[in-house]
Design a protein around this ligand. Sequence first.
Ligand code: NAD
Ligand code: UDP
Length: 329
Amino acid sequence: MSATRKRILVTGGAGFLGSHLCERLLAQGHDVLCVDNYFTGRKDNIAHLLGDANFEAHRHDICFPLYVEVDEIYNLACPASPIHYQFDPVQTTKTSVLGSINMLGLAKRVKAKIFLSSTSEVYGDPTVHPQREDYRGNVNPIGPRACYDEGKRAAETLFFDYHRQHKLRIRVARIFNTYGPRMHPNDGRVVSNFIVQALKGEPITIYGNGEQTRAFCFVDDLIEGFLRLMAASDDVTGPINIGNPVETTVRELAETIIDLVGSRSTLETRPLPIDDPVQRCPDISRARNLLDWEPRVPLDTGLKRTIAYFDKLLTERGEISGKRAKLKA
Ligand code: NAD
Ligand code: UDP
Protein backbone atom coordinates (compact mmCIF):
# COMPACT_ATOMS: atom_id res chain seq x y z
CA MET A 1 0.00 0.00 0.00
CA SER A 2 1.39 3.45 -0.92
CA ALA A 3 2.23 5.94 1.83
CA THR A 4 -0.71 8.15 0.88
CA ARG A 5 -3.23 5.32 0.55
CA LYS A 6 -4.88 4.80 3.92
CA ARG A 7 -7.22 2.23 5.46
CA ILE A 8 -10.18 4.31 6.58
CA LEU A 9 -13.16 3.30 8.72
CA VAL A 10 -16.39 5.27 8.26
CA THR A 11 -19.04 4.48 10.87
CA GLY A 12 -22.53 5.38 9.69
CA GLY A 13 -21.12 4.99 6.18
CA ALA A 14 -24.46 3.95 4.65
CA GLY A 15 -26.16 7.13 5.85
CA PHE A 16 -26.64 10.41 4.04
CA LEU A 17 -23.30 12.05 4.88
CA GLY A 18 -21.40 8.78 5.34
CA SER A 19 -22.14 7.55 1.82
CA HIS A 20 -20.87 10.79 0.28
CA LEU A 21 -17.76 10.60 2.44
CA CYS A 22 -17.06 6.96 1.43
CA GLU A 23 -17.41 7.99 -2.20
CA ARG A 24 -14.91 10.87 -1.85
CA LEU A 25 -12.40 8.73 0.06
CA LEU A 26 -12.57 5.99 -2.58
CA ALA A 27 -12.07 8.60 -5.30
CA GLN A 28 -8.87 9.62 -3.49
CA GLY A 29 -7.66 6.01 -3.72
CA HIS A 30 -8.15 4.95 -0.10
CA ASP A 31 -9.25 1.59 1.23
CA VAL A 32 -12.64 2.22 2.85
CA LEU A 33 -14.46 0.13 5.45
CA CYS A 34 -18.07 1.21 5.92
CA VAL A 35 -19.68 0.08 9.18
CA ASP A 36 -23.41 0.60 9.70
CA ASN A 37 -26.34 -1.02 11.50
CA TYR A 38 -28.76 0.34 8.85
CA PHE A 39 -31.01 2.03 11.41
CA THR A 40 -31.40 5.11 9.22
CA GLY A 41 -28.83 4.25 6.55
CA ARG A 42 -29.72 2.38 3.37
CA LYS A 43 -27.90 -0.18 1.29
CA ASP A 44 -29.09 1.79 -1.75
CA ASN A 45 -26.82 4.65 -0.67
CA ILE A 46 -23.72 2.50 -1.08
CA ALA A 47 -24.87 0.01 -3.75
CA HIS A 48 -22.86 1.84 -6.42
CA LEU A 49 -19.68 1.45 -4.32
CA LEU A 50 -19.92 -2.31 -3.73
CA GLY A 51 -18.16 -3.20 -6.98
CA ASP A 52 -15.07 -1.21 -5.96
CA ALA A 53 -12.33 -3.54 -4.70
CA ASN A 54 -11.28 -0.85 -2.20
CA PHE A 55 -14.72 -0.74 -0.58
CA GLU A 56 -16.09 -3.05 2.08
CA ALA A 57 -19.41 -2.82 3.95
CA HIS A 58 -19.93 -4.45 7.35
CA ARG A 59 -23.18 -4.59 9.34
CA HIS A 60 -22.30 -3.68 12.91
CA ASP A 61 -23.70 -1.61 15.80
CA ILE A 62 -20.91 0.57 17.21
CA CYS A 63 -22.37 0.19 20.71
CA PHE A 64 -20.40 -3.07 20.58
CA PRO A 65 -16.61 -3.26 20.25
CA LEU A 66 -15.08 -3.57 16.81
CA TYR A 67 -11.67 -5.07 16.06
CA VAL A 68 -10.21 -3.91 12.76
CA GLU A 69 -6.89 -2.44 11.65
CA VAL A 70 -7.23 1.07 10.24
CA ASP A 71 -5.27 4.32 9.93
CA GLU A 72 -8.15 6.78 10.25
CA ILE A 73 -11.68 6.66 11.67
CA TYR A 74 -14.58 8.94 10.79
CA ASN A 75 -17.17 8.34 13.50
CA LEU A 76 -20.46 9.42 11.91
CA ALA A 77 -22.81 6.72 13.21
CA CYS A 78 -25.84 8.32 14.89
CA PRO A 79 -29.34 9.11 13.64
CA ALA A 80 -29.44 12.84 12.86
CA SER A 81 -33.09 13.60 12.26
CA PRO A 82 -35.24 14.49 15.31
CA ILE A 83 -37.91 11.88 14.50
CA HIS A 84 -35.30 9.15 14.22
CA TYR A 85 -33.12 10.07 17.18
CA GLN A 86 -36.24 10.40 19.35
CA PHE A 87 -37.63 7.02 18.21
CA ASP A 88 -35.32 5.12 20.58
CA PRO A 89 -33.66 7.83 22.67
CA VAL A 90 -31.76 5.42 24.91
CA GLN A 91 -30.15 3.84 21.84
CA THR A 92 -29.30 7.35 20.56
CA THR A 93 -27.39 8.21 23.72
CA LYS A 94 -25.75 4.78 23.69
CA THR A 95 -24.61 5.30 20.10
CA SER A 96 -22.98 8.62 20.95
CA VAL A 97 -21.48 7.54 24.29
CA LEU A 98 -20.79 3.78 24.08
CA GLY A 99 -20.16 4.08 20.35
CA SER A 100 -17.58 6.83 20.90
CA ILE A 101 -15.91 4.86 23.70
CA ASN A 102 -15.62 1.83 21.42
CA MET A 103 -14.30 3.83 18.49
CA LEU A 104 -11.88 5.79 20.69
CA GLY A 105 -10.67 2.51 22.20
CA LEU A 106 -10.11 1.17 18.70
CA ALA A 107 -8.25 4.36 17.71
CA LYS A 108 -6.07 4.04 20.80
CA ARG A 109 -5.21 0.40 20.10
CA VAL A 110 -4.31 0.91 16.43
CA LYS A 111 -3.02 4.50 16.87
CA ALA A 112 -5.52 5.85 14.34
CA LYS A 113 -6.54 9.46 13.89
CA ILE A 114 -10.23 9.82 14.77
CA PHE A 115 -12.92 12.28 13.67
CA LEU A 116 -16.25 12.98 15.39
CA SER A 117 -19.28 14.35 13.57
CA SER A 118 -20.63 16.50 16.36
CA THR A 119 -23.43 18.98 15.81
CA SER A 120 -24.69 22.52 16.18
CA GLU A 121 -27.18 20.95 18.61
CA VAL A 122 -24.45 21.16 21.27
CA TYR A 123 -25.38 24.88 21.33
CA GLY A 124 -29.03 23.95 22.05
CA ASP A 125 -31.41 26.91 21.66
CA PRO A 126 -28.59 29.45 21.47
CA THR A 127 -28.61 32.79 23.26
CA VAL A 128 -25.54 33.95 21.32
CA HIS A 129 -25.69 34.63 17.61
CA PRO A 130 -24.07 33.54 15.33
CA GLN A 131 -22.62 30.59 17.21
CA ARG A 132 -18.87 30.50 17.75
CA GLU A 133 -17.08 27.43 19.03
CA ASP A 134 -16.36 29.05 22.42
CA TYR A 135 -20.09 29.48 23.14
CA ARG A 136 -21.04 26.78 25.67
CA GLY A 137 -24.64 26.43 24.67
CA ASN A 138 -28.14 26.42 26.10
CA VAL A 139 -29.24 22.79 26.15
CA ASN A 140 -32.19 21.34 28.06
CA PRO A 141 -30.66 18.18 29.59
CA ILE A 142 -34.01 16.46 30.19
CA GLY A 143 -36.01 17.37 27.07
CA PRO A 144 -36.83 15.17 24.07
CA ARG A 145 -33.79 16.44 22.11
CA ALA A 146 -31.39 15.77 24.99
CA CYS A 147 -30.59 12.19 23.91
CA TYR A 148 -28.98 13.67 20.82
CA ASP A 149 -27.65 16.99 22.16
CA GLU A 150 -26.26 15.68 25.44
CA GLY A 151 -25.11 12.46 23.75
CA LYS A 152 -22.98 14.53 21.37
CA ARG A 153 -21.75 16.76 24.18
CA ALA A 154 -20.63 13.65 26.11
CA ALA A 155 -19.00 12.32 22.93
CA GLU A 156 -17.03 15.58 22.61
CA THR A 157 -15.97 15.23 26.27
CA LEU A 158 -14.75 11.69 25.60
CA PHE A 159 -12.82 12.78 22.51
CA PHE A 160 -11.03 15.56 24.40
CA ASP A 161 -10.29 13.32 27.42
CA TYR A 162 -8.80 10.62 25.17
CA HIS A 163 -6.77 13.37 23.53
CA ARG A 164 -5.47 14.76 26.85
CA GLN A 165 -5.13 11.44 28.67
CA HIS A 166 -3.98 9.12 25.86
CA LYS A 167 -2.57 11.62 23.36
CA LEU A 168 -5.02 10.47 20.71
CA ARG A 169 -5.10 12.52 17.51
CA ILE A 170 -8.68 13.83 17.36
CA ARG A 171 -10.79 16.01 15.08
CA VAL A 172 -14.17 17.32 16.24
CA ALA A 173 -16.47 18.95 13.66
CA ARG A 174 -19.69 20.68 14.69
CA ILE A 175 -21.95 20.24 11.70
CA PHE A 176 -24.80 22.64 10.96
CA ASN A 177 -27.89 21.65 8.93
CA THR A 178 -26.73 19.89 5.79
CA TYR A 179 -28.80 18.78 2.81
CA GLY A 180 -28.38 17.08 -0.54
CA PRO A 181 -29.00 13.90 -2.53
CA ARG A 182 -29.43 10.68 -0.47
CA MET A 183 -31.24 12.32 2.40
CA HIS A 184 -33.85 9.82 3.50
CA PRO A 185 -37.20 10.80 1.93
CA ASN A 186 -39.04 10.08 5.19
CA ASP A 187 -36.50 11.27 7.68
CA GLY A 188 -38.50 14.30 8.69
CA ARG A 189 -35.80 16.91 8.17
CA VAL A 190 -37.01 20.18 6.80
CA VAL A 191 -35.32 20.18 3.37
CA SER A 192 -36.34 16.62 2.48
CA ASN A 193 -39.86 17.11 3.87
CA PHE A 194 -40.46 20.30 1.91
CA ILE A 195 -39.04 18.95 -1.36
CA VAL A 196 -41.05 15.72 -1.17
CA GLN A 197 -44.21 17.65 -0.26
CA ALA A 198 -43.64 20.16 -3.08
CA LEU A 199 -43.02 17.40 -5.64
CA LYS A 200 -46.19 15.58 -4.58
CA GLY A 201 -48.21 18.80 -4.52
CA GLU A 202 -49.03 18.21 -0.85
CA PRO A 203 -49.21 21.02 1.74
CA ILE A 204 -45.83 22.19 3.03
CA THR A 205 -45.76 21.61 6.80
CA ILE A 206 -44.37 24.68 8.56
CA TYR A 207 -43.77 24.03 12.26
CA GLY A 208 -44.56 27.08 14.39
CA ASN A 209 -44.73 30.42 12.61
CA GLY A 210 -41.85 29.55 10.27
CA GLU A 211 -39.78 32.49 11.50
CA GLN A 212 -37.18 30.19 13.13
CA THR A 213 -33.91 30.21 11.22
CA ARG A 214 -31.40 27.65 10.05
CA ALA A 215 -28.33 27.86 7.80
CA PHE A 216 -28.13 25.14 5.15
CA CYS A 217 -24.92 23.66 3.78
CA PHE A 218 -24.77 21.53 0.63
CA VAL A 219 -23.31 18.08 1.25
CA ASP A 220 -20.35 18.41 -1.18
CA ASP A 221 -19.12 21.51 0.66
CA LEU A 222 -19.47 19.79 4.01
CA ILE A 223 -17.49 16.72 2.94
CA GLU A 224 -14.71 18.97 1.65
CA GLY A 225 -14.61 20.52 5.14
CA PHE A 226 -14.35 17.03 6.73
CA LEU A 227 -11.42 16.08 4.49
CA ARG A 228 -9.58 19.32 5.19
CA LEU A 229 -10.06 18.96 8.92
CA MET A 230 -8.79 15.37 8.91
CA ALA A 231 -5.76 16.44 6.83
CA ALA A 232 -4.95 19.45 9.02
CA SER A 233 -2.04 19.38 11.47
CA ASP A 234 -2.61 17.49 14.71
CA ASP A 235 -2.93 20.65 16.80
CA VAL A 236 -6.17 21.41 14.90
CA THR A 237 -8.39 19.28 17.10
CA GLY A 238 -11.49 21.45 16.84
CA PRO A 239 -14.19 21.79 17.84
CA ILE A 240 -14.74 23.53 14.57
CA ASN A 241 -18.01 24.69 13.03
CA ILE A 242 -18.66 23.35 9.52
CA GLY A 243 -21.73 24.88 7.94
CA ASN A 244 -22.97 27.57 5.61
CA PRO A 245 -23.30 30.93 7.39
CA VAL A 246 -26.24 32.07 5.27
CA GLU A 247 -29.27 32.20 7.52
CA THR A 248 -32.78 31.67 6.21
CA THR A 249 -36.16 31.32 7.87
CA VAL A 250 -38.09 28.08 7.50
CA ARG A 251 -40.85 30.02 5.72
CA GLU A 252 -38.38 31.46 3.19
CA LEU A 253 -37.02 27.97 2.59
CA ALA A 254 -40.55 26.69 1.88
CA GLU A 255 -41.23 29.52 -0.57
CA THR A 256 -37.90 28.95 -2.37
CA ILE A 257 -38.58 25.23 -2.75
CA ILE A 258 -42.13 25.80 -4.02
CA ASP A 259 -40.72 28.24 -6.56
CA LEU A 260 -37.87 25.96 -7.72
CA VAL A 261 -40.15 22.94 -8.05
CA GLY A 262 -42.85 24.99 -9.75
CA SER A 263 -45.27 23.44 -7.25
CA ARG A 264 -48.85 24.35 -6.39
CA SER A 265 -48.37 23.30 -2.76
CA THR A 266 -49.79 25.59 -0.10
CA LEU A 267 -48.27 26.34 3.30
CA GLU A 268 -49.82 24.67 6.35
CA THR A 269 -48.77 25.38 9.93
CA ARG A 270 -48.24 22.69 12.57
CA PRO A 271 -47.23 22.98 16.25
CA LEU A 272 -43.59 23.79 16.90
CA PRO A 273 -41.78 20.77 18.41
CA ILE A 274 -40.55 21.12 22.02
CA ASP A 275 -37.11 22.78 22.38
CA ASP A 276 -36.94 23.60 18.66
CA PRO A 277 -34.14 26.21 18.41
CA VAL A 278 -35.34 29.67 17.38
CA GLN A 279 -32.21 30.82 15.58
CA ARG A 280 -29.16 29.00 14.30
CA CYS A 281 -26.24 30.13 12.16
CA PRO A 282 -22.55 29.24 12.38
CA ASP A 283 -19.62 31.58 12.76
CA ILE A 284 -17.11 29.81 10.50
CA SER A 285 -14.10 32.10 11.07
CA ARG A 286 -12.19 29.21 12.60
CA ALA A 287 -12.77 26.94 9.57
CA ARG A 288 -11.86 29.80 7.23
CA ASN A 289 -8.62 30.54 9.09
CA LEU A 290 -7.46 27.03 9.96
CA LEU A 291 -8.75 25.02 6.99
CA ASP A 292 -9.04 27.71 4.34
CA TRP A 293 -12.56 26.35 3.91
CA GLU A 294 -15.90 27.92 3.19
CA PRO A 295 -19.00 26.72 1.36
CA ARG A 296 -19.12 27.32 -2.38
CA VAL A 297 -22.56 26.02 -3.39
CA PRO A 298 -25.36 28.62 -3.12
CA LEU A 299 -28.67 27.44 -1.63
CA ASP A 300 -30.57 27.64 -4.95
CA THR A 301 -27.98 25.49 -6.74
CA GLY A 302 -27.85 22.89 -3.98
CA LEU A 303 -31.64 22.77 -3.74
CA LYS A 304 -31.96 22.20 -7.50
CA ARG A 305 -29.60 19.22 -7.27
CA THR A 306 -31.50 17.84 -4.30
CA ILE A 307 -34.87 18.35 -6.01
CA ALA A 308 -33.56 16.49 -9.09
CA TYR A 309 -32.53 13.58 -6.83
CA PHE A 310 -35.94 13.33 -5.12
CA ASP A 311 -37.76 13.81 -8.42
CA LYS A 312 -35.98 10.77 -9.87
CA LEU A 313 -36.42 8.71 -6.69
CA LEU A 314 -40.15 9.40 -6.32
CA THR A 315 -40.75 8.88 -10.05
CA GLU A 316 -38.99 5.49 -9.93
CA ARG A 317 -41.12 4.54 -6.94
CA GLY A 318 -44.26 5.57 -8.80
CA GLU A 319 -45.09 8.16 -6.13
CA ILE A 320 -45.15 11.02 -8.63
CA SER A 321 -45.85 11.01 -12.35
CA GLY A 322 -42.58 12.63 -13.43
CA LYS A 323 -44.56 15.13 -15.50
CA ARG A 324 -44.19 18.08 -13.16
CA ALA A 325 -43.06 21.51 -14.37
CA LYS A 326 -39.38 21.74 -15.30
CA LEU A 327 -36.97 23.26 -12.81
CA LYS A 328 -36.46 26.94 -13.43
CA ALA A 329 -33.12 27.57 -15.13
P1 NAD B 1 -28.06 9.50 8.78
O1 NAD B 1 -29.13 9.10 9.71
O2 NAD B 1 -28.36 9.50 7.32
O3 NAD B 1 -26.76 8.61 8.99
C1 NAD B 1 -26.41 8.04 10.22
C2 NAD B 1 -25.93 6.64 9.94
O4 NAD B 1 -25.51 6.02 11.18
C3 NAD B 1 -27.02 5.74 9.36
O5 NAD B 1 -26.51 5.04 8.25
C4 NAD B 1 -27.38 4.81 10.51
O6 NAD B 1 -27.89 3.57 10.08
C5 NAD B 1 -26.05 4.69 11.22
N1 NAD B 1 -26.14 4.32 12.64
C6 NAD B 1 -26.95 4.84 13.58
N2 NAD B 1 -26.71 4.26 14.77
C7 NAD B 1 -25.72 3.35 14.56
C8 NAD B 1 -25.04 2.43 15.40
N3 NAD B 1 -25.33 2.32 16.71
N4 NAD B 1 -24.09 1.64 14.86
C9 NAD B 1 -23.78 1.72 13.53
N5 NAD B 1 -24.41 2.57 12.69
C10 NAD B 1 -25.36 3.38 13.21
O7 NAD B 1 -27.58 10.94 9.24
P2 NAD B 1 -26.50 11.94 8.59
O8 NAD B 1 -27.20 13.18 8.27
O9 NAD B 1 -25.73 11.24 7.55
O10 NAD B 1 -25.58 12.22 9.86
C11 NAD B 1 -24.31 11.64 10.00
C12 NAD B 1 -23.63 12.22 11.22
O11 NAD B 1 -23.52 13.64 11.09
C13 NAD B 1 -24.37 11.96 12.52
O12 NAD B 1 -23.41 11.69 13.53
C14 NAD B 1 -25.06 13.26 12.81
O13 NAD B 1 -25.24 13.46 14.18
C15 NAD B 1 -24.09 14.26 12.23
N6 NAD B 1 -24.77 15.52 11.85
C16 NAD B 1 -25.51 15.59 10.70
C17 NAD B 1 -26.16 16.79 10.40
C18 NAD B 1 -26.96 16.96 9.13
O14 NAD B 1 -27.51 18.04 8.91
N7 NAD B 1 -27.04 15.98 8.25
C19 NAD B 1 -26.07 17.88 11.26
C20 NAD B 1 -25.33 17.74 12.43
C21 NAD B 1 -24.68 16.57 12.70
N1 UDP C 1 -39.50 21.99 10.21
C1 UDP C 1 -40.68 22.41 9.63
N2 UDP C 1 -41.41 21.54 8.89
C2 UDP C 1 -41.01 20.27 8.67
C3 UDP C 1 -39.80 19.82 9.25
C4 UDP C 1 -39.07 20.71 10.01
O1 UDP C 1 -41.08 23.58 9.78
O2 UDP C 1 -41.74 19.53 7.97
C5 UDP C 1 -38.72 22.94 11.00
C6 UDP C 1 -38.28 22.45 12.37
O3 UDP C 1 -39.28 22.72 13.33
C7 UDP C 1 -37.03 23.27 12.60
C8 UDP C 1 -36.43 23.41 11.20
O4 UDP C 1 -37.48 23.16 10.29
O5 UDP C 1 -37.34 24.54 13.09
C9 UDP C 1 -35.29 22.43 10.93
O6 UDP C 1 -35.72 21.14 11.28
P1 UDP C 1 -34.87 19.83 11.02
O7 UDP C 1 -35.61 18.70 11.64
O8 UDP C 1 -34.51 19.73 9.59
O9 UDP C 1 -33.50 20.10 11.79
P2 UDP C 1 -33.11 20.69 13.23
O10 UDP C 1 -34.33 21.12 13.98
O11 UDP C 1 -32.39 19.58 13.89
O12 UDP C 1 -32.26 21.85 12.87
